[in-house]
Design a binder for this molecule. Structure first.
Ligand code: HEM
Length: 454
């Protein structure tokens, strides 16, 4: 059995800087290069050392054992600065109780109700576009997903400027967190613009969710949503009548859900629209599907089982551009992984991007090919290698929520509009961000008349 020191270090590390240069220059190419050096590869994030898990079976082992491979490491330590010990960043010891409390908000019956809100908001968004208008596609999708998250989970509608500001604040965190992940904590206190922006955004978003919380409390009614469940939560001790969660804890959950639910899905739909515009053959087939299934009406929950190609396009987009592309864990107790002894405290990195771009698992991995997921017509990709939503007890709680929202959005947009790329606006992944955004995505909306094929 080898020790951690026998793990190969990725080539190109510089003294002090480690692998910061390739990580800042082209992190996706760097990730793709790593599996050639072993199943586990040592990576130096400036002053921090971490071990990248490049093998799908070992990644699976890490995801399923969330007690040993706990939420932590450089990313989650930084995310706690924004969402505290809310469900996404909290350690294993605090997780099960939170998950039990929050899971009912994602029950299938609830999702069917949320789908109606999603449909209404998608109709409102697509109805506000004008023929020939150039859209900032990501901003449109962020507004959509921000509205849907607040309306479904918090029974609230934020005034448009407040919602826009909240979304901009989340984008500021997503950039700031990536930067802070790579810099030593003492630098946080430097009075530089990026630190100031980060703190202002965090304080403003916490004030916004506090307002939502106060309004909700004042209304005094159980609205049957996630926020009502958080407010009504009581400790298992039957003699205890005080709320189980303090206002600070509830605010952390709201910030967590608002951030996790808004950016991720918005990016997925935006990337899907971009990919479809690059692949007219697939776009034509998608349009034929939505015209046949929707018959001119907006996409709704009951259409989902028949929107098969649309849903495969969403899955394939998540394979190519998984929003959470680089995530971390911390090892809670000395453990063995892939034949190496790893000491407690080691930071692990895992990447859906790396695994989902391995050519041995996904042949021709850079190709947008939704039919990979068309089983039984094509052999399905190996089980457990699609990890855009993570896996195990800490798998994304919003996986179905976001699949429904993305599929409905893509279907209604495709049935009513053709979105064409605007020349002179190259689209690139924004890799200085913890969420992979399609930077520069501008598209021209051309109205279409759906063909009501039977
Ligand atoms: C396409 C959209 C989405 C993607 C790709 C995505 C991805 C992920 C991933 C990869 C994780 C696990 C992170 C890890 O292993 O370290 C996660 C966790 C989580 N996601 Fe999502 N997510 C999406 C949408 C959503 C939505 C819509 C919500 C809420 C409405 C949400 C809420 C959460 C929460 C609360 C967790 C933490 C779960 C736990 O630790 O128990 N996500 N998500």
């Amino acid at each position: 059995m080898s020790t951690a020191s026998s793990i190969a270090t990725a080539p190109g590390a510089l003294p002090l800087l480690g692998h910061l240069a390739p990580l800042l220059r082209d992190p996706l190419a760097f990730l793709r290069s790593l599996s050639a050096h072993g199943d586990l590869v040592r990576v130096c994030l400036g002053p921090f050392q971490a071990v990248m898990v490049c093998d799908p079976a070992l990644t699976h082992q890490v995801l399923l054992d969330d007690r040993t491979f706990d939420r932590g490491g450089v990313l989650y330590e930084r995310l706690r600065e924004v969402g505290g010990n809310g469900i996404a960043a909290c350690p294993h010891s605090m997780h099960r109780r939170q998950r039990r409390l929050l899971q009912p908000a994602f029950h299938p019956a609830r999702l069917a109700r949320y789908a109606q809100t999603m449909t209404d908001q998608i109709v409102a968004m697509t109805g506000s576009w004008r023929d020939g208008q150039v859209l900032d596609v990501l901003a449109e999708m962020q507004t959509l997903t921000g509205r849907v998250t607040t309306m479904t989970l918090f029974s609230d509608t934020l005034a448009p400027p407040v919602l826009r500001q909240a979304i901009d604040d989340i984008t500021t965190f997503a950039h700031g967190t990536f930067q802070r992940m790579l810099m030593p904590p003492p630098l946080d206190r430097l009075p530089i613009p990026s630190n100031r922006r980060f703190h202002e955004a965090r304080d403003r978003l916490h004030r916004t969710v506090r307002t939502i919380l106060a309004d909700h409390r004042e209304s005094g009614t159980d609205q049957g949503d996630l926020l009502s469940a958080l407010l009504a939560a009581r400790d298992p001790d039957p003699t205890e009548t005080r709320p189980a969660l303090s206002d600070d804890e509830i605010a952390d959950q709201l910030v967590t859900f608002f951030s996790a639910g808004t950016e991720t899905t918005a990016n997925t739909v935006a990337w899907a629209l971009h990919l479809l515009a690059q692949h007219p053959d697939i776009e034509d087939r998608l349009r034929a599907e939505v015209d046949a299934v929707l018959q001119g009406s907006p996409a709704a929950h009951e259409h989902l089982p028949r929107l098969k190609l649309t849903s495969r396009c969403v899955t394939e987009t998540l394979r190519l551009w998984p929003p959470g592309w680089l995530l971390t864990r911390t090892i809670a107790v000395d453990t063995h992984l892939g034949g190496h002894l790893l000491p407690a405290g080691t930071t692990l990195l895992y990447s859906a991007y790396l695994i989902q771009h391995r050519p041995d698992l996904y042949p021709d991995p850079e190709r947008f090919d939704p039919d990979r997921w068309d089983s039984p017509r094509r052999p399905a990709p190996p089980r457990d290698t699609f990890i855009a939503f993570g896996d195990g007890a800490r798998r994304c709680i919003g996986d179905q929520f976001s699949m429904i929202e993305s599929t409905l959005a893509l279907a209604t947009i495709a049935s009513r509009w053709q979105l064409r790329p605007v020349p002179g606006h190259p689209v690139r992944p924004d890799t200085r961000n913890i969420v992979l955004q399609p930077r520069g995505l501008r598209m021209r909306a051309i109205a279409r008349t759906p063909q009501h094929a039977s």
